[in-house]
Design a protein around this ligand. Structure first.
Ligand code: C2E
Ligand code: MG
Ligand code: MG
Ligand code: MG
Length: 289
């Protein structure tokens, strides 16, 4: 299924993707210029509190507005960026951009930024975060870094050191796509996460019979509670899923049921109007877009 910021190019897209290597080389070639051509943009998806549907913050999601191809989704170009060694440069750009834009919001909400494992593994990662905070003036406790379990495939001691250095800067840490990656929980003993993001593959289909998704959501929520961490149910699309993840105790909700990712301008407009409480939207509405 298409996701995030599509405009119908995806069908065209996936047929090309099947052709593989040649298409990829074309993208990689274009990606080298995308940054200085100003083709990368950040979109923002609302994350709301489960208890009152009040906006808690946004997750920043990168988009490549390609002049001929329309929006290239991050699932496609992030791996290209890894391959051509541009992921850290793009990651640093994203971090700076997000801090600057969040600093312009009239309400002091949190903003979450995705960090690739490669970027995280760079020696200067903590310094990069510090510089983005300093040059933007964003309060560190408004910045949340989303990190996936795969960072623990590396040196665990080193990883924990970086986490603690980041916490010392005052930023928040979220464990993204929880339950889909490196399947050991030992790292949760020491890692100072503030939030666990329940992967959307558990939320999707959680209301259907014949799978264990709903039980898994409950288990993740009680684990997070015991560790004093918040939980976000990612990819919540339908009213039934919303009802279920709330019943299972998730503290935060993110997904098309409330909003797709929106542009910085749209976010600003909404915040300026003071529209901070969301309403679940009917399925006909979010499917139509
Ligand atoms: P993620 O961090 O798990 O982000 C959530 C993805 O789920 C986003 O896709 C979002 O648009 C999509 N989503 C949100 N709600 C729903 C829903 O209700 N239904 C469905 N079907 N999808 C939903 P997106 O924007 O295409 O991003 C995909 C992945 O790309 C992200 O997964 C993240 O791993 C990566 N990514 C995005 N932005 C960045 C970035 O700035 N830097 C890095 N390193 N990775 C990024
Ligand atoms: Mg994320
Ligand atoms: Mg995720
Ligand atoms: Mg993901």
């Amino acid at each position: 299924a298409a996701k995030g910021g599509g405009r119908g190019q995806y069908r065209f897209y996936s047929s090309e993707l099947k052709d593989g290597a040649k298409f990829r080389r074309m993208l990689e070639e274009d990606l080298r210029d995308a940054l200085h051509k100003d083709e990368l943009v950040m979109h923002y998806q609302p994350i709301v509190k489960a208890k009152d549907y009040k906006l808690s913050g946004f997750e920043a999601l990168i988009r490549w507005d390609h002049p001929e191809r329309g929006f290239v989704p991050p699932d496609v170009f992030i791996s290209c960026a890894e391959d051509i060694g541009m992921i850290s440069e793009i990651g640093e750009w994203a971090l700076r951009k997000v801090c600057e834009q969040a600093q312009q919001w009239p309400v002091e909400l949190r903003v979450a930024v995705n960090v690739s494992p490669t970027q995280f593994a760079n020696d200067d990662f903590v310094a990069v975060v510090q510089r983005a905070l300093q040059s933007s003036g964003l309060a560190p406790n408004r910045l949340e870094l989303e990190i996936t379990e795969s960072v623990f495939a590396g040196d665990e001691e080193q990883t924990l050191k970086i986490f603690h250095a980041l916490k010392d800067l005052g930023v928040r840490l979220a464990l993204d796509d929880f339950g889909t990656g490196y399947s050991s929980m030992s790292y949760l003993r020491h890692a100072p996460f503030d939030k666990i993001k329940i992967d959307q593959s558990f939320v999707r289909g959680s209301t259907e019979e014949g799978n264990n998704n709903s039980a898994i959501i409950s288990a993740i929520v009680s684990l997070a509670r015991a560790l004093k961490m918040e939980t976000v149910a990612e990819g919540t699309e339908t009213k039934d899923e919303l009802e279920l993840v709330i019943k299972r105790g998730a503290s935060h909700i993110q997904g098309y049921i409330f909003s797709r990712p929106i542009t910085h301008e749209e976010a600003l407009e909404r915040l300026d109007k003071g529209e901070l409480v969301y309403e679940p939207r009917g399925p006909e509405k979010y499917r139509a877009e």
